[in-house]
Design a protein around this ligand. Structure first.
Ligand SMILES: C[S@@+](CC[C@H](N)C(=O)[O-])C[C@H]1O[C@@H](n2cnc3c(N)ncnc32)[C@H](O)[C@@H]1O
Ligand code: SF4
Length: 450
């Protein structure tokens, strides 16, 4: 990537984990609409279930997740009572006891739950849904809050994959983000996971953190990967959005790497992971061992993108449980109340806690397909997509909007086939934006594309 292009395309564009994107969800879709959508699902569809555990024991200052800090367990226990009740409400609304093939515990920190509550949650999932024997059950894991008994309980409950938050191993960076996590703790948890049979271990790393240097990031990647041998690595760009996340103001702006350093960190980080450490790059920020199913799905063009990022999960219906949980059904998207009290109030009143959503149109589905293919495969054949969606659309306006990116060598356009070049890979979100009907430049503020 040429530095001049890096600066020119330092756009703020959506991450495209959905289309239409979340700012276009509205209050016109609420509990009743969602209940109707659930009831209208084809009973034979297989589901994916996301559970949002909206609590952490301590705030990491970089955190962009939807979470609340608590030192006591009582609020967490009350929250889980609500979540279990919500699970029952959803199950009642479905046409039958449906099959789930993918479960994801995210947060916040699922490991803030007591081992008993974690196990009870999986038991309830099995009661309300038919959990396939080979279902993937994935958990986001904060190693600072998981002991061996906990890991054993998770494994016993059927967890197959753990994604561990590592972020950065440098002391100064860890202090600046208020997340002190010695390497040995992460190493120990990884050992317990493997010992108790959770074979699939992923790690999350971040570049662009305060005081993080290029060499520091590369040293973190090298040590974490060679030491922990994860199946997958996520290398996220730090999203600094202090106007949305007030605690990020605790990170001084001047401690953040400048745009050129962020680019160098991203580029050299990718190179280290792929050329030296042998991972396959999946999309923008994920890396998988060559025999990992994510890498295999990429090769076979079966990769998908949802609210958790890149996935092999092609389930056509995703149920989101918990405060801020997002669901995606064939009829549209729904988002739960994000504020915990509003979420709990709805459930006490016996209502699904849906706050907003959007019904998808045939045009949305076609554009979502294009954006997903671009984000996953870095190429798309517009004719084939239009054909799949029975549309005569030729995308003339969109192709014209891509002309400057084409002139700068970020994409090639051959008839109706768009290919993102190696130089353009880091700016794929800007390519997707050309197909986003809802995007008015400057209307929303998003994090940096890189
Ligand atoms: C819900 S957290 C993972 C589980 C657990 N809470 C933890 O931190 O270990 C999901 C991941 O999002 C990433 N993340 C959080 N805030 C971010 C931000 N502002 N910018 C980029 N990545 C972020 C981190 O890598 C984090 O591990
Ligand atoms: S990064 Fe993870 S542990 Fe830290 S505050 Fe955010 S969700 Fe909680």
């Amino acid at each position: 990537m040429r530095p001049d292009l890096a600066a020119k395309y330092d756009l703020r564009v959506p991450r495209y984990t959905s289309y239409p994107t979340a700012p276009h969800f509205h209050a016109g879709v609420g509990s009743d609409a969602y209940k109707g959508w659930l009831g209208g699902l084809d009973p034979a569809l297989e589901l994916s279930v996301y559970l949002h555990i909206a609590y952490c024991a301590e705030m990491c200052w970089f955190c962009g997740c939807h979470t609340k800090i608590t030192k006591r367990y009582a609020p967490v226990a009350a929250y889980m009572e609500s979540l279990w009740r919500e699970m029952a409400l959803v199950a009642e609304a479905l046409p039958t006891r449906m099959t789930a093939r993918h479960v994801h515990f995210g947060g916040g920190s699922p490991t803030i739950l007591s081992a008993e509550d974690f196990v009870r949650t999986v038991d309830l999932l099995r009661e309300h849904f038919i959990l396939k024997p080979d279902a993937e059950v994935a958990v986001e894991l904060d190693p600072r809050t998981a002991d061996e008994a906990y890991v054993k309980a998770m494994a016993g409950a059927g967890v197959t994959r753990a994604s561990i938050g590592v972020q950065d191993l440098d002391d100064k960076v860890q202090q600046a983000i208020n997340r002190i996590q010695p390497y040995e703790i992460t190493e120990q948890v990884t050992g317990w996971l493997r010992h108790h049979g959770v074979a699939e271990v992923n790690i999350d790393l971040i570049y662009g953190l305060p005081y993080q240097t290029l060499d520091g990031l590369l040293a973190t990647i090298d040590k974490a990967v060679t030491g922990l041998r994860p199946r997958r690595v996520a290398l996220f760009g730090y999203a600094h959005v202090p106007w949305m996340k007030k605690h990020q103001t605790l990170i001084p702006e001047e401690s953040l790497p400048d745009t050129a350093t962020r680019f160098a960190q991203y580029e050299q980080g990718c190179r280290l992971l792929t050329e030296t450490l042998g991972y396959v790059q999946v999309g923008l920020d994920h890396f998988a061992a060559p025999d990992d199913e994510l890498a295999v799905a990429l090769k076979d063009k079966r990769l998908h993108r949802n609210f958790q990022g890149y996935t092999t999960d092609s389930a056509p219906a995703l149920i989101g449980l918990g405060a801020s949980g997002i669901g995606s059904l064939p009829q549209g998207y729904v988002a739960n109340e994000g504020e915990i009290h509003a979420y709990q109030r709805a459930i006490v009143e016996g209502r699904l806690p849906t706050a907003r959503g959007v019904a998808v149109t045939a045009d949305d589905l076609m554009r979502r397909d294009i954006i997903e293919r671009l984000m996953c495969d870095l190429e798309v054949d517009l004719d084939r997509v239009a054909e799949r969606h029975d549309s005569p659309e030729r995308f003339e306006g969109e192709l014209a909007a891509l002309a400057p990116l084409q002139a700068d060598g970020l994409v090639t356009v051959d008839g109706q086939r768009i290919t993102v070049t190696d130089d353009g890979r880091t700016l794929v979100r800007a390519v997707c934006a050309a197909f986003d009907r809802y995007l008015k430049q400057g209307e929303q503020r998003h994090s940096k594309a890189i």
